[in-house]
Design a protein around this ligand. Structure first.
Ligand SMILES: NC(=O)c1ccc[n+]([C@@H]2O[C@H](COP(=O)([O-])OP(=O)(O)OC[C@H]3O[C@@H](n4cnc5c(N)ncnc54)[C@H](OP(=O)(O)O)[C@@H]3O)[C@@H](O)[C@H]2O)c1
Length: 333
């Protein structure tokens, strides 16, 4: 393919630890190496992207850099027999947007082993509404089910309820038949969370316990936790007999203080959720379950769509913990 120019969101390091974000013109030939060139139609904003865009070197080592761990689009060039020009595909995770040029651009180039054919019953736009967030929420529900946490066992707590992953998780858990308790720091979003599918909304302070008691009242059959730190420690201690806690996020800290008692006396399971490196068979099954079982109808009420220029502001809101629902990026706007 000729070396055409395209638009990309770029974070540059001006001097040590001073970063600037702008929209720049890039060349196809400068993209990361890979078997499949994809014309990106949609991307999505995730917490990891916000950190990468801010210059977090634990996520993206080298700048200038284009973040964006999610992308959906059409194959523009392929050196793989598995993908044909014109085919609709999506990519989430692996190294996309970390140290590989990411989805906040009109083109990406990636290894064929990262590419997922667009699931049936799903548009390119919908694929990015779910994106890494929906995929992470879906892995968590899949894991709860694998650990026998069925809807009859009790309530599922979702922390950081208004966040990208948690919003999708609430709707999907409801669709899967669970009773859902949403914990949030945004009291003005209670009505939105109930409409989304939460059976009860509680304040995040009601979940956090700063005592050193090894066990608290068993309240949850299962937990989906995006917060980490003292919240994760608290929910482990308040999960009921044989329940399970899915740990997928660390917005409020990466330390974990716990004792062995929730594991020894209640037999609870702590499940680590990694969406980035999930093997392809598992990945394809999760996308199938999203598209056939768990996607819910009023999802568009929780989506904010921006173009590349509109991203900067959304990144700042996310870094301040102020996002509600899901932000997607339309590269064709
Ligand atoms: N393991 C994986 O594969 C995977 C995949 C995707 C995301 N993640 C991680 O999951 C987490 C959430 O991602 P996201 O994209 O959903 O982010 P997000 O949209 O920014 O949501 C995070 C939510 O957490 C709550 N929150 C923010 N700051 C907080 C604080 N200081 N203390 C307590 N609660 C706080 C807020 O919800 P409320 O105001 O409603 O409480 C916020 O909306 C991140 O840590 C991200 O890196 C992991």
């Amino acid at each position: 393919m000729e070396n055409i120019s395209f638009k990309a969101f770029v974070t540059k390091e001006l001097e040590a630890n001073k970063f600037e974000r702008s929209i720049e013109t890039r060349q196809i030939n400068d993209l990361s190496v890979g078997d499949v060139l994809i014309e990106v139609f949609f991307s999505a904003l995730n917490y990891k992207d916000a950190l990468s865009a801010r210059g977090h070197k634990g996520i993206s080592k080298n700048y200038p850099h284009t973040p964006g761990i999610d992308a959906s689009g059409i194959v523009a060039e392929s050196n793989s027999p598995d993908f044909k020009i014109g085919q609709e595909v999506l990519v989430t995770g692996y190294d996309l947007g970390m140290n590989t040029d990411g989805g906040f651009a009109e083109y990406i180039r990636v290894p064929a082993s990262w590419v997922v054919p667009l699931p049936e019953n799903m548009s390119l736009r919908e694929a990015m509404i779910w994106g890494t967030s929906g995929f992470t929420a879906a892995i968590s529900i899949n894991e709860l089910q694998r650990h026998d946490v069925s809807p009859d066992k009790g309530s599922i707590l979702v922390t950081g309820a208004t966040g990208g992953v948690s919003t999708l998780a609430i709707g999907m858990l409801k669709k899967a038949g669970y009773t859902v308790v949403a914990s949030t720091g945004k009291s003005d979003q209670k009505e939105m969370l109930i409409k989304l599918g939460a059976d009860e909304v509680i304040d995040r302070a009601d979940v956090d316990d700063h005592s050193e008691r090894p066990l608290l009242r068993g309240r949850w059959a299962g937990v989906l936790d995006s917060i980490g730190g003292s919240t994760l420690s608290s929910v482990i201690r308040s999960t009921q007999l044989h329940g399970a806690v899915c740990c997928f996020g660390n917005v409020a800290g990466d330390a974990l203080a716990t004792s062995v008692y929730p594991f020894l006396l209640r037999g609870i399971t702590l499940i680590g959720i990694d969406s980035a490196e999930k093997e392809m068979d598992y990945r394809l099954n999760i996308w199938k379950r999203i598209s056939e079982e768990w996607k819910f109808d009023n999802i568009n009420d929780y989506v904010k769509e921006v173009d590349l220029e509109g991203l900067n502001n959304e990144i700042d809101i996310m870094l301040e913990g102020g996002q509600v629902g899901k932000v997607i990026v339309n590269l064709k706007k």
